[in-house]
Design a protein around this ligand. Sequence first.
Ligand code: PLP
Length: 421
Amino acid sequence: MNPKELFAESKTIIPGGVNSPVRAFEPYPFFVKEAKGSHIIDTEGNDYVDHCLAYGPILLGHSDDDVMADVYNQMKMGTAYGAPTENEVKLAKEVIDRVPCAEMVRFVNSGTEATMAAIRLARGFTGRNKIVKFEGSYHGAHDYVLVKSGSGAACLPDSAGIPEDTTKNTLSVPFNDVEALTKLIDEEGENIACIIVEPVMGNIGCVEPNVKYLKFLREITEENDILLIFDEVITGFRVSRGGAQEYYGVKPDLVTFAKVLGGGFPIGAYAGKKEIMSLIAPAGPVYQAGTFSGNPISIQAGLSTLNKLDYEFYGNLARKGDYLRTNISDIVEDLNLDLQVVGLASMFQIYFNPEPVVNYEIAKKSDAKRFLVYFRELLKNGVFIPPSQFECNFISGAHTEEDLDKTAQGIENALKVAWQL
Ligand SMILES: *Cc1c(COP(=O)(O)O)cnc(C)c1O
């Protein structure tokens, strides 16, 4: 079946034709046949340089040979046990070795599960109910955090089916704004269990923090006995070996991971200070559990992936990011367009916006409709990015200079069409 027919059929039996909202786009998405390294190939045989990279998990490139060999070996030895394995201990040690705030780790199955559990833990530890998130931040699709949320939920900020009683305890403020948070904490500080923050906002495009603001978050939470949770589901093991907390030099109390940690397989984790993590069952009174938690396939994939991620890898990857961002900036300048080329390390995006984007309010002013024209043109040029102004684009270790040059050329062509130049 061709993708048009496949999507039409899919829509009759899978809501919206997809299993996660952002994957659907008009008139119909391509259906994937396979992916290898930096490339993804659709059922029609079209080959794209992939900068979507599954929305973040793929860091070494698709189907890395070393990781796949280890995973295949593990598969022959069983795929789920319901009993602990030595590899879980090894992966926990790897996480603790890399991540500044991690003294203990609990593995789960997704980022959604990780933030849900970390928030419960923060409430259990502090005995307080309220939580603070930032406008436009995305922490997964569970009830506590679907308030002024980013990613696919940017189109549906207030989901149906969530009781007001659940979200009345979720407060939100603009990112990078000292005054707004100071005021909120003056009023509500004693009731706030935690502040959860994406240190780099990756679900409304790519918004870097003001480093002073991250330090301010650390100070104001400490002064008010509020836990600081970094949601590093995107940045963890991506922006540097120890994630954003290493990159910016700010140490939270708890951290959540998913995406890259699973080496292309489903995983999640939360980690942090021993004093707090020790409250998790069966060590303590905060319940959290999962049939597939720590499943041997994802754990092996994570372990094999992390084993390949040293400082040299991150240095090379950051150079690729700088190379591409510089080329894109040159193109934007040559075309005389007033756009924002943003990103760090292996993350990048172009905001169709004349104003520097420091928060959700400003991000929302971007020309998202024109961005979709650009997105479709990029596909025609053999480059795949997420179909939204409010997602981030990624680079993997498998991307070559040739790939990045093809991407830059595609971007030039697509910008010309989108802006009718
Ligand atoms: C993707 C994402 C999540 C949710 O992770 P899932 O594995 O999709 O449940 C949470 N937080 C951030 C910052 C994310 O980017």
